[in-house]
Every structure is written in C-alpha cells, then in structure tokens.
Ligand binder design. Structure first.
Ligand SMILES: [Zn+2]
Length: 392
C-alpha cells in the first residue's frame, strides 16, 4: 500500500513528487494540472502525505504522518476547498497569515488549494505575495485544470506537475479492486465517463446517478416536437434541482445547527438570541450571532449555486458525449463510442442526420453551458437548447 494507490495511470507524476519528497527538485510552490477527474487533488494530497511521511520510502501510506494527512487531520497540512463560486480576498488573507506560521513538527507546513482557478483576481494577488516570499518551511500546492487558469505571475513561480486523462481500463480495474464493483459495471462506468475517475466511481456505485444519466441520454430521441422540447427542458431542470438540493440540504442544516449551538443555543430551538438555559444573550453576542448566521447563509447560497451549476454541467457533459458518439459514427472513424449501451439510438440518429447538424448540436450545448455559467435562467437556456437540438 502507498499514498499513490488512488492515482490512476500517472506514473510520471508519482516519480516527480517522490523525487521531491526525497529531496530532489523540491520547491515552495507547485501547480497540479490535469483534466477534470484525472486526480489533481488526489495527487496533491498524496504529495503532502509523502512530505510528512516518516518511513524510509516516502508515502508508505501506513505511518502516522501519511495516515493523518490522508484523513485530513495532520496539524501541518491544510486543505482549502472553495465551496462557493469563488475564493475571495478575505479568505486568501486568512490563508496567507496561517501559511506564515512555522510547522508544529519537524517537517513542512503544506497548504493545498483545490480548485485554485476559483481564486478571484484580488485573492490571487494576495497569494502571489506569499508565494514570492515564502516562509522557509511552507509549501503551496495549487490544483487547476490547466496552467492558463492561473495568472501568469503565480504560474511562473510554480513547478508544474501535469496529470493526463487516466486510461479507461486502469479506471475499471481500480473500481473493481478498491470499490468492489463487478467487472461489467466497472467497465461500463469507466468507459462512459471517458477517464473521469469521480464520475466513473459515482456511476459505478450510485444507481441514482446511473438513472440520471439514462434520463439525459433519452432526450435526443424524445425531441419530436416543440412541446416535447419544453417538457424535456422542464424535466431536466427539475431533476438537476432535486439532485442539488439533496447534496446541500443535509450539509446546510448541520452547519446551521452547529453554529446555533456554538452561540449557546440548542439546535432544536428557534431563533437566535437566547443563551443556554434560556438566559438572554448580551446585545453584543446576539449581534455577533446573527451576523455569523447571515454570513453562513451567504456561503450556503453560494455553494448551492455552485452545486446546481455542477449538476447542470454533468448533464450537459452526458448530452455532449452522446452527440460526440453520433459524430464518431457519422465520420466512420475508428474511435470506439463512449456510450456503447446506447448504440441503437446513436446509430439511428447518425443515419438520419448529417455531421454538420451534429456539430451544430454540439455547439448549442457548449453555448448553453456558457449561458448557465453567466448566470442565465436555467429553464430558458435549456428550452432554447432543446429546440436547437431538435432542429439540428
Ligand atoms: Zn508514511
């Protein structure tokens, strides 16, 4: 066992960070790049563990150092996951002041920023100063889809570690050995996810995710008239909202309850402002409580927006994958289709439409994604998409 076990098909990355952990080519700022689902943050976490490992061979996976880093409880390793749409100046300042602290142990103080592409411009500037003049034992690990996602001033100070899309058979093997998924399901999930490990795992282990994908892939054949287009858009919006609500509600409730508790109120009570035992909080404490609650609500709202945007993104990715397969068949290329379980529908659509219209459909999906990113009304954006998909 080693901390690199979950890194699939990334031998060069493993070698690079292992060398660094052994002392060759070590530097204060690292950039982990790679397509979504390739394992950027998994690689960064494994590297952080290897840096705290106490075994002779770094990254043993079993010593206290490795173990606590992987569990997220190591005192000198902090993971930052922007949960909203962006990571702002205030959070960046707090992070930078923590980064200036010396590690509590003898090793490195490691800060891992997942989704560093969500840093606002101001936050990136704050971070830049810390990366330009790093504390002696502080290491920054930033994860982004591609190096271009970060301002060049930061990028140029980082050593880049590039992950590739993992091979499909390697993902399938991992799903079987680690998640105990049967061979057929593992192969299916790895293939339709085109090497996106998180998606493959979700499809392999979660029936609701498989059902959602099936519903999305039924759309192209169902767009018989404008009424059907509007209905498909409506159903997709409802399904995405349900998925997003399911993902956030429980988390929101737990956070709100623990905040109320922190301010001396039982989780079951309603309204803030009364301390433990029913005594009224002082006016100052009460104000602090309600402002903290407001701040939490703001963060939760931002996270909800991101969660639902991510869910739309998954649905549109599935839809684009379907039309990409149609194009593969129309062009008679020797590439295997990803959605092999939909071959009949793919062949039907490939046979009665032209490649040009498939390309227009793919463009329409891309345009819809951009609209959603720009905060467009989802229902309107999807209705327009469905009408364009029908027209071809
Ligand atoms: Zn270890």
């Amino acid at each position: 066992m080693s901390v690199f076990d979950e890194l699939i098909g990334q031998q060069r990355v493993v070698e690079t960070v292992l060398d660094a952990a052994r002392g060759t080519g070590m530097t204060h700022a690292w950039l982990f790049t790679g397509p979504p689902g390739s394992g950027r943050s998994v690689a960064a976490r494994a590297f952080a563990a290897a840096l705290q490992c106490t075994a002779d061979e770094p990254g043993c996976g079993v010593c206290a150092g490795c173990h606590t880093v992987l569990a997220g409880t190591h005192a000198d390793v902090e993971f930052v996951r922007p949960q909203g749409l962006s990571l702002g100046v205030k959070e960046a300042r707090e992070l930078v002041s923590r980064a200036a602290l010396s590690p509590s142990g003898a090793g490195w103080h490691v800060l891992v920023i997942e989704d560093a592409d969500r840093l606002t411009e101001g936050a990136a500037n704050v971070l830049l100063k810390a990366i330009e003049e790093p504390a002696a034992r502080t290491i920054w690990l930033l994860c982004v889809p591609s190096a271009q996602d970060l301002v060049v001033t930061i990028r140029s100070r980082c050593r880049v570690v590039a992950l590739r899309t993992p091979p499909i058979d390697a993902v399938a093997t991992m799903l079987q050995s680690r998640d105990g998924v049967d061979e057929a399901t593992a192969t299916f999930a790895a293939r339709v996810s085109a090497g996106h490990i998180g998606r493959a795992r979700r499809l392999a282990t979660d029936k609701a995710a498989r059902d959602r994908r099936a519903a999305v892939l039924r759309i192209p054949s169902a767009l018989s008239d404008v009424g059907a287009c509007l209905e498909a858009a409506d159903e997709l919006v409802k399904s995405v909202n349900a998925e997003a609500t399911e993902l956030t509600t429980e988390l929101d409730e737990a956070e709100t309850a623990s905040l109320r508790e922190a301010f001396g109120e039982g989780a079951s009570a309603t309204g803030l402002g009364r301390g433990q035992g029913g005594a009224a909080l002082t006016r100052g404490a009460s104000r602090a409580a309600s402002s903290a609650l407001k701040e939490l609500e703001g963060r939760q709202k931002s996270r909800a927006t991101r969660t639902s945007r991510d869910a739309f993104d998954r649905a549109l990715t599935d839809l684009a994958g379907f039309y990409r397969d149609v194009l593969v068949l129309q062009l008679n290329s020797n590439i295997e289709v990803a959605n092999a379980d939909r071959e009949a529908e793919l062949r039907a659509l490939a046979g009665n439409s032209a490649p040009e219209s498939t390309l227009r459909r793919l463009d329409a999906i891309l345009a819809c994604r951009e609209l959603l990113d720009a905060n467009a009304n989802p229902l309107l954006a999807l209705e327009s998409l469905m009408v364009q998909l029908r027209a071809g």
